[in-house]
Ligand binder design. Sequence first.
Ligand code: AMP
Length: 471
Amino acid sequence: MCGIFGIFGHPEAANLTYLGLHALQHRGQESAGIVSTDGTQLYMHRGMGHVHDVFPERELATLLGTAAIGHVRYSTAGGSHIRNAQPLAVDYARGSVALAHNGNLTNARELRERLEARGSIFQTNSDTEVIVHMIAGSTQRNVEDRIADALQHARGAYSLVLLTEEQMIAVRDPHGFRPLCLGEVDVPGQSHPAVLVASEGTSFDLVGARFVREIRPGELVVIDGKGVRSTRPLGEPTPKLCVFEYVYFARPDSVIDGLSVYEVRKAFGRRLAEEHPVEADVVVPVPDSGVPAAKGYADRSGIPFEMGLIRSHYVGRTFIEPQQSIRHFGVRLKFNPVAPLLRGKRVVVIDDSIVRGTTVRKIITMIKNAGASEVHVRISSPPTTWPCYYGIDTPTRRELIASSHSVEEIRKYIGATSLGYLSAEGMLGEVHEDEKDGDHVRGFCHACFTGEYPVPFDDSVPPRLLRLVGV
Ligand code: AMP
């Protein structure tokens, strides 16, 4: 899980990239980086932590030039190291190139072994470096052909933005697992607008830019002094956008594949109310991810909506545990119930997903302790039963509670009065699977719910290891 951003043709390229990365911070909090160019060389700064902490003003001031790309990387257990921070930037025989990647190659190990056998030496354990080596090793004449050549060998998920001294290039794999879109912003005193690329269009709002369009699955877009050119060098597209972007991952104020993430989440909630109705007094979301679905559930069921749980937005990455053990401490740090709204009530709690089951279990205890008489849990996605190999950080199958427990067993474990999940058909209906949007037919990857993986992966590589090699 990562966020990528780029801008070409703007005198404040690095500053706008910094702001764009702020708007993508939800896609990754482990590390952040920016590479810029003034047409003669690349300038880079990367660091561990949030965008705000990585880029003090004095560092931003060193990122010269009118083009820049940036990256935020998702926090994972163990793989957290500065050498895996992105963008990656290298000098090779034909110039310099920097690359920011969102996704996960499913054949990275095989490609790496092949490259190492030919003498490549790797500096990181990230799959992104494999792409860089393949670009450097290509014999094609210009950089866009070298990128296309390199990506012929890559399988899996990649939304990329690359920067050379003269060009910015954006590419999306033929399945379009991860989102990527184009924008533009007017530059005072300049006849043509600056061009932007980002994982989510919300980042355009923050820098005063306009959303232009999605980059389509399999599309390669070159942005340079001559303008914007699009090619499709990667074969026929087979759209498989990650449906989990709508469930949890993307910001609700984003529009992806023509659909408002907020509206989709609300529609999931309405559908959930139809599939799993219940007699209750109040609908309460687990904030923030459960809010739009809870609104939809409340609208459709007629049960009043209340913010019965309050979330602290100031929970840092590290905190001091009290010496005396306080039960449910971690979850208390993040959530607290509004007891008067819950006392004596039959409560419907809405969350977007259950992964290990630990969060919702503690929340239910909290709501019961606040005096609720019944706690009905409704989840606005199907049971999460399979790990993701395409760029979302999920635990192994063993840790996914729904992969080895029935809904009734999960209900008992979490201590709910009743439990209902949105069906896969319901979910895919609300994202309009197989419907046309212009010349594009919407298609989704839903492997985490169904086990139907659109691209094979090397199953000797467990997802934990894939996480270490960098998402
Ligand atoms: P768990 O306690 O493992 O069941 O966590 C479930 C919660 O984590 C849900 O409320 C989701 O909002 C959130 N969540 C779902 N998927 C992810 C993910 N890949 N990374 C981080 N949080 C997630």
